[in-house]
Ligand binder design. Structure first.
Ligand SMILES: [Zn+2]
Ligand SMILES: [Zn+2]
Length: 352
């Protein structure tokens, strides 16, 4: 089969590799129908994730059809059309039982293993460990594109942004960063009852898009601006927003999130950070803030599927660019230059 293989920082190739085979009795093999590229894949290609070694097939999102199951698979069957969750999970350790599948102990404390510690989904076929837990049946009538958004991005925005941020009816929510994950938070914040959702970004295209995802206001950031002050001014009493969701991963944007919330507010960090942030505790110790961080558990995919069925969310909106498997390099080029290309998520379809 063909797959997108990582060969060290800055090097990848769409090349011929052996087909995956069942290794453990709880494995399944899935023929991938559609996959996408995540910001994390770009981090890996920069060399930011040293656990990913030369020869690893990238990717942790996708939809496909089960072609083979191990003898201990009880739920998944050959022929099932499924969403491949970005998080693998044994389902029986105490972390999994508590819903913290992102840190499944059986998998060594990290549930994100596709395209990281084992071969991933940017391939014609993928081996899925603990397939009964990691594959979600894709209901009739829901497209591969929408399903692919449930592998990672929508659960990430929802669980780590909206649920960790404890968004409730009537809240004023600021989403700092209107990239794909920020947009996922915007889309699901509205379904959680947020009255006002303010999208914050420097990129006009993304801000325009954010309205279509449910943002009620947008704040276009210019250099030197006190963004937190601008956000506080947008609240009726000037005290700040109820929830600030940080979806960028920079010290400045984390600072904006922290300074824009009202006393008793929530800061939900979703962004992937590469350096330390400042936390002026001498001012904030008094503010009854809740600050959360996290890696997605992807346990809300069934709930999000219901929201798709009811029409509350339409994840196809994420897909701005479409490619086929022989255009993987083009797909990466487009996604790497997302701002200039006006790209949100790219879909790559296996036409073989
Ligand atoms: Zn991802
Ligand atoms: Zn587990």
């Amino acid at each position: 089969m063909k797959a997108l293989v990582y060969h060290g920082p800055g090097r990848k190739a769409w090349e011929e590799v052996p087909n995956p085979t069942i290794k453990d009795p709880t494995d399944a093999i899935v023929k991938v129908e559609a996959t996408t590229i995540c910001g994390t894949d770009l981090h890996i290609l920069k060399g930011d994730v040293p656990a990913v070694t030369d020869g690893r097939i990238l990717g942790h999102e996708g939809v496909g059809v089960v072609t083979e199951v191990g003898p201990d698979c009880k739920n998944v069957k050959v022929g099932d059309r499924v969403i491949i969750s970005c998080i693998s999970k044994c389902g029986t350790c105490d972390y999994c039982k508590a819903g913290l599948t992102s840190h499944c102990k059986t998998l060594g404390g990290i549930g994100w293993i596709f395209g990281h510690l084992i071969d991933g989904t940017q391939a014609e076929y993928v081996r899925v460990p603990y397939a009964d837990n990691g594959l979600i049946p894709l209901p009739e009538g829901i497209s591969a594109e929408a399903g692919t958004m449930l592998s990672d991005i929508l659960p990430t925005g929802y669980e780590i942004g909206v649920l960790n941020g404890a968004v409730k009816g009537g809240d004023i929510v600021a989403v700092i960063g209107a990239g794909p994950v920020g947009l996922a938070a915007i889309m699901t914040a509205r379904t959680a009852g947020a009255a006002t959702v303010i999208a914050v970004d420097t990129n006009k295209f993304r801000l325009d898009q954010s309205r279509d995802f449910g943002a009620t206001e947008t704040l276009e950031v210019s250099s030197g601006q006190d963004v937190a002050a601008a956000l506080r001014e947008l609240t009726p009493d000037g005290l700040g927003v109820d929830v600030a969701i940080e979806a960028v991963g920079l010290p400045t944007t984390f600072g904006t999130a922290l300074e824009s919330v009202r006393p008793g507010g929530h800061v939900a960090n979703v962004g992937v950070h590469g350096e330390s942030v400042e936390f002026p505790i001498e001012r904030h110790w008094i503010n009854n803030l809740t600050i959360t961080t996290g890696l997605v558990n992807a346990t809300t995919a069934p709930e999000l599927l219901e929201s798709i069925k009811s029409g509350a969310i339409a994840p196809e909106k994420f897909v701005t660019h479409r490619f086929t498997y022989d255009q993987f390099d083009d797909a990466y080029d487009t996604f790497s230059n997302a701002a200039e290309q006006e790209a949100l998520k790219v879909i790559i379809t296996n036409t073989h």
